[in-house]
Design a protein around this ligand. Structure first.
Ligand code: ZN
Length: 67
């Protein structure tokens, strides 16, 4: 029994990616980091239609004293 995966909570500031959304034509999509069960991702995503323009694994930021 595993909990259903959900969109991880975003507590990173959204950075305008400087490009428009190819799906809905929104003026700007936003880049931010998030964590899922496998680690860190950098995601570029439209906040209007939620189209994911780009996402890739990134090196985890330094963590201070986990555990
Ligand atoms: Zn869009």
């Amino acid at each position: 029994m595993f909990p259903k995966p959900t969109e991880p909570t975003v507590d990173e500031p959204l950075t305008p990616a400087g490009t428009g959304c190819p799906a809905c034509g929104a003026a700007t999509v936003f880049t931010y980091r998030l964590v899922d069960y496998r680690g860190w991702l950098r995601v570029t995503k439209c906040r209007t239609c939620l189209h994911v323009v780009d996402r890739h694994r990134i090196t985890p930021p330094a963590q201070a004293g986990v555990g």
